[in-house]
Design a binder for this molecule. Structure first.
Ligand code: C2E
Ligand code: MG
Ligand code: MG
Ligand code: MG
Length: 283
């Protein structure tokens, strides 16, 4: 029956079974083969410098297109990938692919920009992480300072000593570290001061309602001030409107990322964006 339905397998499953356990089982079974079946790919979302208007880098975002399930959102399959440990080989592939892609853009004559890769807790706990980072850099030939690893603030706040040591080792490779979804974990200036990080990435939830919500504006301004005090780069994620963009620019946020400038796009489209948004000196 599933075969008969062909490309509409997911409809079959979701309409005829109301069991989340079954869907979860199906997702897990399919995810086990996603890498070898080439069902995973990366989209890239631009980060823009407010001062120059140039693209400074991209964030690689994982996508999974399965014949039965269709396009599955990361928020749906990442928890499964994390629980099963599949995120480790998948994450290794993400890092390798993102670095290789970034070098490919340079070889096309585009200006060098950073590429950011997200890391989950499970990946940070894997004892081969450093080796995987090294391998991705060596295989691609990419300069280490063009790789940025995004780690959520909540992970860093809840797992202190050994994790901080790990971050320091990563940084000693020359790789940059950003605290993702920043502001949700209530880190203090004192805590951040001891972290080997380069960038604070203001969580989308504060950007979303900044016009309506004075508390959100306070938080954004506090993060920008924190960044300035510690000489860290501050980037806002999830910028969707001109009003948000203007506000952040006026409050001297360093960089922005969001649908207002561009959604995550395929490598060719990113190359196209990059060719149009470079600093005057690099063209
Ligand atoms: P994140 O790292 O905070 O990434 C930002 C998410 O916000 C992305 O969702 C992106 O598509 C979305 N986004 C960007 N700009 C806007 C905007 O202006 N408006 C709105 N509404 N959304 C925007 P996505 O791609 O679904 O990824 C969700 C999360 O999945 C990511 O959050 C990240 O934590 C995780 N993730 C994605 N790729 C990877 C990966 O390769 N490895 C790991 N471990 N996690 C990943
Ligand atoms: Mg991120
Ligand atoms: Mg984020
Ligand atoms: Mg987020």
């Amino acid at each position: 029956f599933a075969k008969e339905e062909g490309k509409n397998n997911f409809q079959f499953y979701s309409q005829n079974t109301h069991s989340p356990a079954f869907e979860r089982f199906f997702v897990e079974a399919e995810l086990r083969h996603a890498l070898e079946r080439n069902e995973l790919y990366l989209d890239y979302q631009a980060k823009l410098d407010f001062k120059t208007g140039a693209i400074t880098g991209s964030e690689a975002l994982l996508r999974w297109r399965n014949p039965g399930l269709g396009l599955v959102a990361p928020t749906q399959f990442l928890p499964v990938a994390e629980e099963t440990g599949l995120i480790v080989p998948i994450g290794r592939w993400v890092m390798k692919t993102a670095c290789a892609q970034n070098v490919a853009w340079q070889r096309q004559g585009l200006p060098p920009v950073t590429v950011a890769v997200n890391l989950s807790l499970r990946q940070l706990m894997d004892d081969k992480l450093i080796e995987d980072i090294r391998t991705a850099l060596e295989a691609s030939g990419m300069a280490p300072n063009l790789l940025e690893l995004e780690i959520t603030e909540s992970i860093v706040m809840h797992k202190p000593a050994p994790l901080i040591e790990l971050l320091a080792r990563i940084k000693s490779l020359g790789v940059r570290i950003a605290l993702d979804d920043f502001g949700t974990g209530y880190s203090s200036l004192a805590q951040i001061k001891h972290l080997p990080v380069d960038t604070l990435k203001v969580d989308r939830s504060f950007i979303r309602n900044l016009q309506q919500n004075p508390d959100d504006r306070e938080i954004i301004e506090a993060v920008i001030a924190m960044g300035r005090a510690l000489s860290l780069n501050v980037i806002a994620e999830g910028v969707e409107t001109l009003a948000q963009d203007t506000y952040l620019r006026e409050h001297i946020c360093d960089e922005m990322q969001g649908f207002y400038f561009s959604k995550p796009v395929a490598p060719d489209q990113f190359a196209d964006l990059l060719s149009k948004h470079t600093t005057p000196s690099s063209t």
